[in-house]
Design a protein around this ligand. Sequence first.
Ligand SMILES: [Cu+2]
Length: 352
Amino acid sequence: MTALLTIIVLVLVAIAIWQMTKIFELSQPNTDNSQIASDKDNKLNGYLMFGFLAFIYVLTIYSLWKWGGVVLGTPASEHGKDYDNLMLISLVLIFIVQFITQALLHYFAYKYRGEKGKKALFFADNDKLEFIWTIIPVIVLAALILYGLYTWTTVMDVSEDDDPIVIELYAQQFNWKARYAGQDNVLGDANVRLIDMDKANILGLDESDPNGQDDIISTTEIHIPVGRKVLFKMRSQDVLHSAYMPHFRAQMNCVPGMITQFAFTPTVTTEEMRQDPGIVEKYKNINKLRAENAQEVLDRGQEVNVEFDYILLCNKICGKSHYNMQMKIVVETEEEYKEWLSQQKTFGESLQ
Ligand SMILES: [Cu+2]
């Protein structure tokens, strides 16, 4: 941030000096102070166009080389591959189009630079040309949008046959709570007005609803079994939040007063993901950075060495501690999941 501000200040100072010399020049008597560009000026600007073209190409290539590795890596859900494909196709298309059009734009700016007595070739009206530059974007965009819609409906489709595990994600400033639907796989009714801290009814469950008695509330982490579809139902207590699970390519807004949902099937357990070459490399780097700032990390009461874990984040800026609104997700085998679940207290038990 300081570096950016310094650059801005330097640029502003440079502009100020430039303007002052201009004023000085204009105030001198008997000098050529014509504001009309000469052929020499136009030629220089033509070359500067090429300079700018080179600058954006170099910047693009440098960014890809330098930060290309910080993308999300192996998707951990069934639909993740489709999602990544859609993203890749869109990016490649944009990249190719931008590469060609920028080159043409800057080349023509140079070619038809102002020159005394020169007139640029132009078409006042050309049906064929207009047809071509209308129809090509229409076809490409229609294909892209249809493919996107198809992917979206496939991702969002949850059928009863999938027999998904139902889990509620409850968002509030600034934490997450998860509620498992229990034996009956039906979440009990809940309402923020029923929240009763004295009785540990932190999610406002309706105590008279039998569906809620076997619900299990977890305030620390979410466990899900690999290969089973999980249906997340989102609720918010206060403001807009967004449940974001980047490794599973899942995100859904949490809106006060309504229930939203997102379902996916996790395909890679936490243990397996820790062996993923991309993750190993990333965590090597993270731990290196943490070791370099070990004292600071220890002062925060954290361990220097960290291991990969799936994570649920909030992706809507919802207040001052938004950045830290997160919850650990553990993907494990069906047996481990059942074992963990059996150790948790049901809502009925916690009321007694
Ligand atoms: Cu939030």
